[in-house]
Write a protein that binds this ligand. Structure first.
Ligand code: SF4
Length: 280
């Protein structure tokens, strides 16, 4: 059985930098707590804990001297809240996420009503919206959600996408808004890393040589799930977190197994899975 990796997969630049920053901090003797998972991958969380950097869900649960903000970013007020109780901040927020923070702030100052296309419970979206006046923005992810608002009441609207979404999947939602609005501008906020992994997964899924696909990533990783959805449209595809999720029966008919991984999956997990498949 042969394993064929997608042309692009795994850690994006933002996650690679976040991972490095935390490891350097720990290697220098730093002890801290990460607010939410540094990336959405359980193995990375375990690895961080072994380095002395645990994960917490609330700022007031941090007993160490440093709080670490993940690549997804946090609402600006969290920085103030942390420093006001004497915590140092290690900020690993991705540059592209900060770009959206800045662009949405400017749009607000220019009088736009903001629309965030994404998951209201995702940390990244919470980061953009938590501190805003609720009358100045909407979070939308479905046509029904888009149709439920009278957009014509706003003079101008600006649309931002959660970085890890596939814009094509939400084109009909944005068009539903555009049909009923006076003026809509779109911010180009889809992260190229996510798109590159998705495009490469599509190529892998339509490769006639590939019989089935294994997608590796964390249970809570939205972009990993998107990769899985893309792959299973065309080929039998299985989402695994690591070697222990593999089932020998999946591979009974397979000669070539495609392999891809979400942008929060570390290289060593990908290696382990590839070796385990090769051993089967
Ligand atoms: S997926 Fe893109 S926006 Fe998100 S952390 Fe990675 S590089 Fe940054």
């Amino acid at each position: 059985m042969k394993v064929k990796r997608a042309a692009k997969y795994g850690f994006c630049s933002g996650v690679r930098i976040a991972d490095l920053k935390v490891k350097r901090f720990a290697a220098g003797g730093g002890r801290g707590a990460i607010l939410g998972q540094v990336v959405h991958n359980e193995r990375v969380v375990e690895e961080m804990e072994s380095l002395g950097v645990r994960t917490v869900e609330q700022i007031d649960a941090v007993s160490e001297s440093t709080i670490i903000f993940s690549a997804h970013g946090v609402p600006p007020s969290y920085h103030h809240e942390a420093t006001s109780i004497g915590l140092k901040v290690l900020d690993t927020t991705c540059k592209f996420v900060y770009d959206i923070h800045h662009e949405s702030k400017e749009a607000l100052a220019d009088g736009f009503h903001l629309i965030f296309i994404g998951d209201p419970n995702h940390r990244e979206v919470i980061g953009y919206t938590n501190d805003l006046d609720p009358s100045r923005y909407h979070i939308v992810s479905t046509i029904a959600g888009a149709d439920a608002v009278d957009w014509s009441q706003y003079e101008k609207l600006k649309v931002f996408y959660q970085t890890t979404l596939n814009a094509e999947d939400f084109e009909n939602v944005v068009q539903a808004i555009e049909r009923r609005a006076q003026r809509v501008e779109r911010a180009d906020t889809i992260c190229y890393a996510t798109k590159e992994n998705q495009d490469a997964a599509r190529v892998l899924a339509t490769d006639p040589e590939v019989d089935m696909i294994i997608v590796i990533g964390g249970k809570k990783s939205a972009n990993t799930k998107h990769l899985w959805e893309i792959c299973r449209e065309t080929k039998p595809s299985y989402l695994v977190q690591g070697v222990s999720d593999l089932d020998r029966n999946w591979f009974a008919q397979a000669r070539v197994v495609g392999l891809t991984a979400g942008s929060s999956t570390p290289d060593y997990v990908i290696e382990e899975v590839e070796q385990a498949i090769a051993a089967i």
